[in-house]
Write a protein that binds this ligand. Structure first.
Ligand SMILES: Nc1ncnc2c1ncn2[C@@H]1O[C@H](COP(=O)(O)OP(=O)(O)O)[C@@H](O)[C@H]1O
Ligand SMILES: [Mg+2]
Length: 332
């Protein structure tokens, strides 16, 4: 899929350009997303990976324009089929959610309404987009089709969320995200609350429905290993920025950014089974970010320039993007 040269003739389904989002806090603006740019091909799976606090969820919510009162979109474009979602009216954006771009939010299973049966919640999602359109029978036929595709029995429609297991609730959330055939599905840590066996099953389901629908997926997570099994390309976030983007295979074989290198080294492997290798140091303060490269205080390969100049996010070689002074002008 990604890396397929025939894709080059096509347009990306989603293109994010220089997205900048901050939160207003008592201590001043907190820059959670600081100039993020990437594209997503139709049907492609892109992973956004990074430590907690790197801005993954803020990016996901901003693409959906699900803002809090304290969120400020400072700039950028979110082009879905060439239309900038940031410029749509509230009503136009409401229509686009679920129908064109949908989100399985972080902690999705807790986002289901505990007071409402699953079937009603699914019907509401369809009705909100087709108020005068379809009959209840047509709506239920669609819901049944989608529930089958996520391997749930139809009787879950009569259940309240608390009557379902974590894996089943997560499947309901996947069902909701595909009800209206979106072109892009964003899944924010869709399996992090589940045990590993259920995690794998839910990921398989997500992949199957995504392929059947031909939708592109942005999978947000912190687990580089899980990510590698699911996505075509990986984007690594650090301190509100993308520091590296590239096809999975290339990233694992030849990570360009020192942070990506450390993320891969810190994955458990059989030779090192008793050694936990985290990344030393703390994530940067987004209220008072370090000058130059956000990663330079923790970077084992830091050079003088890193504390002065902000590295540009550039294509180092075909399809391999990175923001690092060491990578610029060729391989380190
Ligand atoms: N509502 C908020 N108000 C202020 N700061 C926030 C808010 N939500 C998130 N943040 C901060 O924004 C940064 C990015 O958070 P988030 O997007 O949730 O990262 P991630 O999903 O990668 O863990 C963090 O420093 C976090 O503390
Ligand atoms: Mg998050």
């Amino acid at each position: 899929m990604a890396g397929d040269r025939s894709q080059e003739a096509k347009a990306p389904v989603l293109e994010v350009r220089n997205l900048r989002v901050s939160y207003t806090t008592a201590a001043g603006p907190l820059r959670a997303v600081n100039g993020v740019s990437f594209y997503l091909w139709p049907g492609e799976r892109l992973g956004l990976v990074g430590e907690s606090g790197s801005g993954k969820t803020t990016t996901a919510l901003s693409l959906m324009r699900l803002m809090q009162d304290t969120t400020v979109v400072e700039g950028g474009e979110v082009l879905l089929d060439g239309v900038d979602l940031l410029k749509l009216s509230e009503e136009e954006m409401r229509q686009a959610r679920f129908a064109k771009i949908s989100l399985i939010p972080q902690g999705a299973m807790n986002s289901l309404n505990p007071m409402m049966k699953v079937g009603e919640q699914l019907r509401d999602t369809i009705r909100a987009h087709q108020p005068k359109g379809n009959s209840k029978a047509t709506i239920d036929a669609r819901i049944q089709q989608v529930l089958e595709s996520v391997e749930l029995r139809l009787n879950v429609m009569d259940s309240y969320p608390h009557e379902l297991s974590g894996g089943m609730k997560q499947r309901v959330c996947i069902a909701m995200s595909i009800l209206l055939n979106p072109k892009v599905i964003i899944a924010d840590e869709p399996t992090s609350a589940l045990d590993v066996v259920v995690q794998r099953q839910v990921m398989e389901t997500l992949r199957r429905v995504q392929v059947a629908l031909g939708a592109a997926v942005i999978l947000v997570g912190h687990d580089m290993g899980l990510m590698a099994q699911f996505v075509d390309r990986i984007g690594v976030m650090y301190g509100g920025k993308l520091v590296e983007v590239g096809p999975v295979r290339g990233i694992f074989k030849d990570p360009l950014h020192p942070y990506t290198q450390l993320l891969i080294k810190s994955l458990p492997n059989l030779d090192m089974k008793d050694v936990f290798r985290g990344i030393p140091g703390l994530t940067p303060s987004l209220l008072t970010p370090p000058p130059g490269c956000m990663f330079h205080p923790r970077c084992p390969q830091v050079i003088q320039r890193c504390s002065v100049d902000i590295p540009k996010f550039v294509e180092i070689k075909p399809e391999r993007w990175a923001a690092c002074h060491l990578c610029e002008g060729g391989r380190q």
